[in-house]
Structures are given as structure tokens and as C-alpha cells.
Ligand binder design. Structure first.
Ligand SMILES: *[C@@H]1O[C@H](CO)[C@@H](O)[C@H](O)[C@H]1NC(C)=O
Ligand SMILES: *[C@@H]1O[C@H](CO)[C@@H](O)[C@H](O)[C@H]1NC(C)=O
Ligand SMILES: *[C@@H]1O[C@H](CO)[C@@H](O)[C@H](O)[C@H]1NC(C)=O
Ligand SMILES: *[C@@H]1O[C@H](CO)[C@@H](O)[C@H](O)[C@H]1NC(C)=O
Length: 406
């Protein structure tokens, strides 16, 4: 199908901020709010005061997995793969077409058969979006059973959360080293060793000891900033995360369960229809052998039953379609939400690691500034001046002795 030309009004009225236009698998335009993942068929208007009437869930997104382009598939009718799903030729053609010929079924989700690949387009081309690549179930790497594509996404989220927690632990260790180092420096600065040194050298020595205390201060500040500006944000980010994930998981799993139930109902209705059709054929054959009013009456009855079974099947398929539609819609919305959360997580961690390096550089700078006064005083150390001062204070007499002269 060819996507519809953009309407004139689309060009005149640009989308409001954060809204993007995408193409459904059927080639129909729909709109996604990239901040809250609201989806709608109706083009949101950026003109102030224009009410936006349709919100998420008001209109269903297309059940993209069930729609197959007939033209792409007609050549494949004889294909052994296509026929693999018990095709009862006595079924009415339209039903068998829509149910088994062009569809393959994996864990009660119907996909276009691999040999008749439909012209499905990605929902978000070129973005490698979560909403485009996790539709199929996958063998559990531990061997037993399957996990859904959605569970793969959830596992990624939970692992991300764990990594973030471990980063916080790592930063805690870093903080501890700084704290201990600061404590040691400050202790050392208070040791009275060489406190008796005098003069300019004594001043320089005292400053050197004091610089240890200043340095200790710098390291203490670094550690407390690490704590408040790096470790804490890591720990508080997404406090309810696991709960939210569980909620998502249950919601999607419930929809899948409903889908499975309705798929089973379709299968059952299909079998029932096949039986009715067989009965009708049988009666028709009997009539060819022998004309009789009773058989004609039976045929009428069988035809009615068969029609009813067909209606039943239609109803079941409709219910299945609705289920799949709902599941599809929730998968898109929720996986986009997970995608947003992951981007947010990576961005947040990056920011705080940058904060770490900034703080570390600052520490070096302050560190250096604690040394500056020491350097200055060391340059002023002047043994001659020290001697002068010392002599002035402690001199005991400048009158020299003289010889005895007789
Ligand atoms: C601090 O001093 C203690 C001994 O008093 C020592 O075991 C520890 O390694 C020192 N820590 C640092 C970071 O220098
Ligand atoms: C099933 O889904 C398709 C595609 O959304 C729709 O056209 C059709 O009417 C639905 N119901 C049946 C019974 O095929
Ligand atoms: C800052 O202080 C620490 C500990 O005294 C030291 O290892 C580091 O080299 C210092 N950096 C600068 C730039 O002075
Ligand atoms: C030198 O003089 C100062 C100041 O009067 C005094 O504190 C110090 O004890 C004296 N040193 C000696 C070795 O007597």
C-alpha cells in the first residue's frame, strides 16, 4: 500500500513540540508523543486552543502482525510451508485465507507467514527502536521454555538497575578511601614533631604541617560531594523501578494470556466449522445418490448449522483480533516507555560520572592551593636572617674578653 500523501493541512499546521508522525504497517499515519508515548490516529494540532480529542487507547493502533498484503502472498498458495497449518479445503476460502494460509502462529501470536513476507514497515525506521524488534518469543538461554520479547526488554532494564546500584557501591568505596586519607592527614598535621624549629625555617615547617590539615579538608570535601552529588543520585534514581517493571510485566503477560485463550477459541471454532462442512458434504453426496425430501431437509439443516459455525468462527476471530490489537498497542506503548527509561538512565549516569571527574579535578586544584603558602615560605627561608633574629634574642653578651696586661 502506498502511504497517503500528506494533507495540505499537515503542511500548514506543523506538529506540536514532542509529537512525531509514524507509519503503521498498513501505511496509515499515526502520531506519538515522544515525552509520554501517547499515541493517536488523529493529528495533534499546534494551534493554541485547538482541543486534542483523541488520546491513548481511544483509538486502537493497528494490529500490525495480522495484516498481510494479499498481492504479496497470492503466489505462495501452493507453497508447502504455507499449507503447513492444517488447511481444510472444505472451509470457506476467505476464512482459510485469513487464518492459516498467510499466517504463521508462534505461541498464539499470528505473524505473516515467512514465505509470504508482507510489506511491513518498521514503526520507527532507522531508530532501532525497542518497539520494532521484540515481537517474537525467544528460546530461554537456560534451556527450558520460552521468554517473550517483552521479557527480554524487562531483563535489560533490571540489569541496568543492578549496574547502577553496583556503580553506587563502587563510588562508596572511593568515598571511604578519601575519608580515611583525610583522617590520616589531619592526624599527622597535629603531631608536634619539630615544633621547636625557629625562624623562617620554623615558619615554613609550621605551614607545611598546617597544609596537611588544609589538604585533609579538601579530601573531606571531595568525599562528601561524591556522596551527595554522585552516590546518592545513583541510589535514589528510580526507587519504585522494580515495582513499575512488575506492573508492566503483569499487564503485558495478562494480555498475552487473553490472546492465547482467544486463539484456542479460534482453533476450536475452526474445527467445529470443518466438522459441519464435512457433514454438509456428506449429505450432499447422499443426495446425488438418492433424491429424497428428507435428505433435502437434512441438507438445509446442515447448511444452517454450517453457516452458524462460520459466524461463530468469525466472532472468535474478531475477539482474537481485538485482543491482539490491544496487546500490540500496549507492547508499542510500553516498549517505548522502557526505551525512554533506558535513555534516561544512561544519560543520568553519564552526567554524574562527569560530575565525578569535575570534582576530582577540583580536588587537585585545591590540593595545589594548599601547597602554595608552603612554597612561598620555603622561598623565604633565609639562614642569615634567622641567625640575626636568633642572635638578637638569645645573645648573651658581645663584649669580648681581653688579655691580662701587667
Ligand atoms: C591511614 O592510616 C592507617 C594506619 O594508621 C593505615 O592503615 C591506612 O592505610 C591509612 N590510610 C590511607 C588511605 O593512607
Ligand atoms: C480481524 O482483523 C482484521 C485486520 O485488523 C480485520 O480487517 C478483520 O475485520 C478482523 N476480523 C475478522 C473476523 O477477520
Ligand atoms: C593532591 O593530593 C594527593 C594526596 O596528597 C596527591 O597524591 C596528589 O598528587 C595531589 N595533587 C596535586 C595536583 O597536588
Ligand atoms: C631564645 O630566646 C627566645 C625569646 O626570648 C626564648 O623563647 C628561647 O627559649 C631562647 N632560646 C634559648 C636556647 O635559650
Amino acid at each position: 500500500e502506498v502511504p497517503p500523501e500528506p494533507k495540505l493541512s499537515d503542511l500548514r499546521d506543523p506538529l506540536p513540540p514532542h509529537w512525531k508522525c509514524y507509519m503503521s504497517p498498513q501505511g496509515r499515519r499515526y502520531y506519538v508523543n515522544t515525552t509520554n508515548n501517547e499515541t493517536t490516529w488523529e493529528r495533534p494540532s499546534s494551534v493554541p486552543g485547538t482541543p486534542k480529542t483523541s488520546f491513548r487507547h481511544k483509538n486502537s493502533l493497528p494490529a500490525g502482525t495480522t495484516h498481510v498484503s494479499l498481492s504479496a502472498c497470492l503466489g505462495a498458495v501452493n507453497c508447502p510451508h504455507c499449507g503447513a497449518l492444517s488447511l481444510s479445503l472444505s472451509l470457506s476460502l476467505s476464512l482459510s485465507l485469513s487464518l492459516s494460509l498467510f499466517l504463521s502462529q508462534i505461541n498464539c501470536v499470528t505473524f505473516p507467514s515467512p514465505v509470504c513476507m508482507p510489506e511491513q514497515q518498521l514503526l520507527k525506521p532507522n531508530e532501532w527502536s525497542y518497539c520494532d524488534y521484540f515481537w517474537t518469543d525467544k528460546k530461554d538461554p537456560q534451556g527450558n521454555g520460552c521468554i517473550t520479547g517483552f521479557e527480554v526488554l524487562l531483563q535489560k532494564q533490571l540489569k541496568g538497575k543492578q549496574m547502577q546500584k553496583e556503580m553506587a557501591e563502587f563510588i562508596r568505596e572511593r568515598i571511604k578511601i578519601e575519608e580515611e586519607y583525610a583522617k590520616n592527614l589531619s592526624k599527622l598535621s597535629q603531631i608536634p614533631l619539630a615544633g621547636q624549629e625557629e625562624g623562617t625555617l620554623g615558619e615554613a615547617w609550621a605551614q607545611l604541617k598546617k597544609s596537611l590539615a588544609d589538604e585533609a579538608e579538601v579530601h573531606l570535601k571531595f568525599s562528601s560531594k561524591l556522596q551527595s552529588e554522585v552516590e546518592k543520585p545513583f541510589l535514589i534514581f528510580r526507587e519504585n523501578f522494580k515495582k513499575d517493571m512488575k506492573r508492566f510485566d503483569h499487564h503485558i503477560a495478562d494480555l498475552r494470556k487473553q490472546l492465547a485463550g482467544r486463539y484456542a477459541a479460534v482453533e476450536k471454532a475452526r474445527k467445529a466449522l470443518a466438522d459441519r462442512q464435512k457433514e454438509l458434504e456428506l449429505k450432499t453426496q447422499q443426495l446425488e445418490i438418492k433424491l429424497s425430501n428428507k435428505i433435502e431437509e437434512d441438507i438445509k439443516k446442515a447448511r444452517r448449522k454450517s453457516t452458524q459455525a462460520g459466524d461463530d468462527l468469525m466472532r472468535c476471530v474478531d475477539l482474537y483480533n481485538q485482543s491482539q490489537s490491544k496487546w500490540f498497542e500496549e507492547m508499542v506503548t510500553t516498549s517505548l516507555e522502557l526505551e525512554r527509561l533506558e535513555v534516561e538512565r544512561v544519560e543520568m549516569i553519564r552526567q554524574h560520572l562527569c560530575q565525578y571527574t569535575t570534582l576530582r579535578h577540583e580536588t587537585d586544584m585545591f590540593n595545589q592551593s594548599t601547597m602554595e603558602p608552603v612554597d612561598k615560605l620555603l622561598q623565604c627561608v633565609d639562614p642569615a636572617k634567622d641567625r640575626e633574629l636568633w642572635v638578637q634574642e638569645n645573645k648573651t653578651g658581645e663584649i669580648r674578653p681581653v688579655n691580662i696586661e701587667i
